[in-house]
Design a protein around this ligand. Structure first.
Ligand code: HEC
Length: 172
């Protein structure tokens, strides 16, 4: 599946007038105060690494140890691949478990520094005690309502119009 030229791509290619003030401010926040670029970097909007985003729900029924389940390396407990943000307005519900149902919820989650206060500090999985350390790159951002609106506006520029695809004819 190819994500074609988005409003963001046209903006970067020099059509600066396409962006509203909120979208420009959202891009600015994405790179500065909100620190999203630490992980959602490059033209793909992902560093293609596995990071702990505070979404493992340790000790709950929905617990998901992420990359650990494959590598069995305790440092990988709670790590998930950083997803691209291209077409992000259409990939909801968000996160690996679909636990966040609006982009506003996602932004509020990040604003609070992805705290896992409601979760247990450790869990015992197949006899091994594991902890899930969220990334040091996640900070308490304390974004105000306006900043959340601006970030959401910017995220909207990464999506393109829906297109009708003709499925290829399969061999008989
Ligand atoms: C420490 C690295 C890191 C930082 C910083 C970060 N993210 Fe993420 N982001 C992730 C990871 C990892 C996931 C996947 C988590 C999961 O699947 O449970 C994710 C998921 C998302 C998703 C859900 C995508 C989807 O399709 O489900 C959105 C939207 C998102 N991030 C936006 C942002 C925004 C906006 C910021 C800045 C406020 C930000 N991220 C900062 C690592 C990061």
């Amino acid at each position: 599946m190819i994500s074609p030229q988005s409003k963001f791509d046209q903006f970067i290619d020099g059509q600066a007038a396409l962006f509203s003030d909120d979208e420009v401010m959202g891009l600015h926040l994405f790179r500065t105060k909100a620190q999203c670029m630490n992980c959602h970097s490059s033209g793909y909007f992902s560093n293609n690494q596995f990071e702990n985003d505070g979404t493992s729900l340790l000790g709950s029924k929905q617990e998901d140890l992420g990359k650990y389940l494959v590598t069995k390396d305790p440092n990988d407990a709670g790590k998930f691949r950083v997803p691209t943000l291209r077409e992000v307005t259409r990939t909801g519900p968000w996160m690996h478990n679909g636990s966040l149902t609006s982009l506003q919820e996602v932004l509020n989650f990040y604003s609070k520094g992805n705290s896992e206060i409601s979760q247990k500090k450790s869990t015992v999985h197949e006899g091994i005690t594991l902890t899930s350390q969220k990334s040091e790159m996640l900070k308490f951002l304390d974004l105000n309502e306006k900043e959340i609106t601006q970030l959401e506006a910017f995220l909207g520029t990464l999506s393109t119009k829906t297109q009708r695809l003709t499925p290829p004819e399969l061999p008989k």
